[in-house]
Design a protein around this ligand. Structure first.
Ligand SMILES: Cc1ncc(COP(=O)(O)O)c(C=O)c1O
Length: 415
């Protein structure tokens, strides 16, 4: 049987290898502490489950759901966005429901790239960003993220020849796997750069709510910096539900080149329900809708009803989740520091991005394979997120502090 060449680009997957290493360790009798997957272990909210449960018994939810039927969801998403960021959004033309943010970011390159065109991606970055480019037969230009640059790409380093063939740039902050946060000033630089080079700016934004402290940047700018031209001046939402981190559209309020992807997987612990949405430039939303129309009929209406309940209902559960992840972060970081592994404390996300001890000689795959084999602690090798992720390991904080501390004790013995 002959398969398309693009399938080969999807075949090397460090995470599948790690899965096998976990299975081997399990069958050798190891008790696994799995910190390798960023899938929240916390439950979805009761009012969300209730909305879905009621929908199940409503026969009108059982059929195909065409776009006109998603209006209530699109309105809820637009309203949520306006409350958080103070930017108005047209639910008819500027919002698109998705079957998770991964689905949307992986499909978008089909609407933007012709074979051979470049996409500029963060390195390290979320694997499906690259997967979508490969599916569209595009090429990837990896923008290295280095600790000395606060894990932000240096846009001036992108070669002119690559830029001439590039159609899109993908950013994602708070960032998986480095947990870095981007200041609004960086987003403004990226928007200006994409406008200048005729690039679409994609921002994958799943960790919008998983932020542990004020990052200060964009609100300070609003009140203290009059040097920005009016068109670049970010707006601030009046409501107390405002976000602690900036949206890309605050740097591109006219939605000239940008599209942003949200998910209910992280803020509302709904990863298994597969629901997200895109907000942004109406032409981009329409283009992605056209691709999706060839592929799917939207998520099940009952799950959209659950998502509406999540977005418009009480938000105390979001705060509770953030408090839980903050507690876990502190417990894990303290335990690592006690065993002499100095790792910076992340301000956001559910991850710890740790530089490997020197004796591991920049071999994160070997480190993670041996770690799970000898101790049962599963982590993600930095190399799995891209070449510039080598030398690091990612721990996902998906267990309570006692188990995280037990994991660090095992790591200490291993080291
Ligand atoms: C950057 C990034 N994008 C997308 C996703 C997946 O989101 P969804 O569950 O909405 O597909 C994740 C999940 O870890 C992620 O880290």
């Amino acid at each position: 049987m002959q398969f398309a060449k693009r399938l080969q680009t999807l075949q090397s997957n460090v995470f599948a290898d790690m899965d096998r290493a976990k299975a081997v360790a399990r069958s050798a009798g190891r008790q696994i502490i799995d910190l390798s997957l960023g899938s929240s272990d916390l439950p979805a909210q009761a009012h969300v489950i209730e909305a879905i449960a009621q929908s199940l018994h409503d026969q009108s939810t059982h059929g195909y759901l065409l776009f006109h039927g998603t209006q209530a969801f699109r309105q809820a998403a637009a309203q949520w966005y306006e409350q958080k960021f103070g930017i108005s959004v047209d639910p008819e033309t500027e919002v698109l429901p998705l079957i998770g943010s991964q689905e949307g970011t992986a499909h978008l390159p089909l609407a933007l790239l012709d074979p051979g065109d470049f996409a500029l991606l963060l390195d390290p970055g979320y694997p499906s960003h690259a997967g979508g480019v490969y599916l569209a037969s595009g090429q990837i230009y990896p923008m290295p993220l280095l600790a000395e640059n606060n894990f932000l790409p240096v846009l001036a380093d992108i070669p002119a020849a690559v830029l001439a063939q590039s159609r899109m740039m993908v950013l994602s902050y708070p960032h998986n796997p480095t947990a870095a946060i981007a200041p609004l000033s960086f987003f403004q630089e990226a928007v200006a750069f994409c406008q200048q080079h005729n690039l679409v700016l994609v921002h994958d934004f799943p960790y919008v709510d998983l932020v542990f402290e004020e990052t200060g940047d964009w609100r300070k700018k609003v009140h203290g910096d009059n040097s920005l031209p009016a068109s670049l001046s970010p707006r601030v939402p009046a409501s107390s539900s405002r976000s602690l981190v900036p949206s890309i559209l605050q740097a591109d309020p006219d939605k000239s080149v940008s599209i942003e992807f949200f998910t209910l997987s992280k803020s509302y612990n709904m990863g298994g329900f597969r629901i997200g949405y895109a907000i942004g430039n109406a032409q981009l939303i329409n283009a992605l809708r056209q691709v999706k129309a060839a592929v799917d009929f939207n998520q099940y209406r009952g799950i959209l009803n659950g998502a509406i309940a999540a977005l418009t209902g009480p938000q105390a559960g979001v705060k509770d989740s953030v408090a839980t992840f903050r507690k876990r972060r502190d417990a894990f970081i303290n335990a690592l520091h006690q065993i002499g592994w100095q790792v910076p404390t992340p301000k956001a996300t559910m991850y710890i991005w740790a530089k490997l001890p020197a004796q591991w000689n920049q071999n994160s795959i070997e480190f993670c394979t041996q770690l799970v084999k000898q101790t049962g602690v599963a982590a993600s090798p930095g190399a799995g997120f891209g070449k510039s992720g080598e030398g690091y390991v990612r721990f996902a904080l998906v267990h309570e502090p006692p188990l995280l501390e037990a994991a660090v004790r095992r790591i200490a013995e291993f080291l």
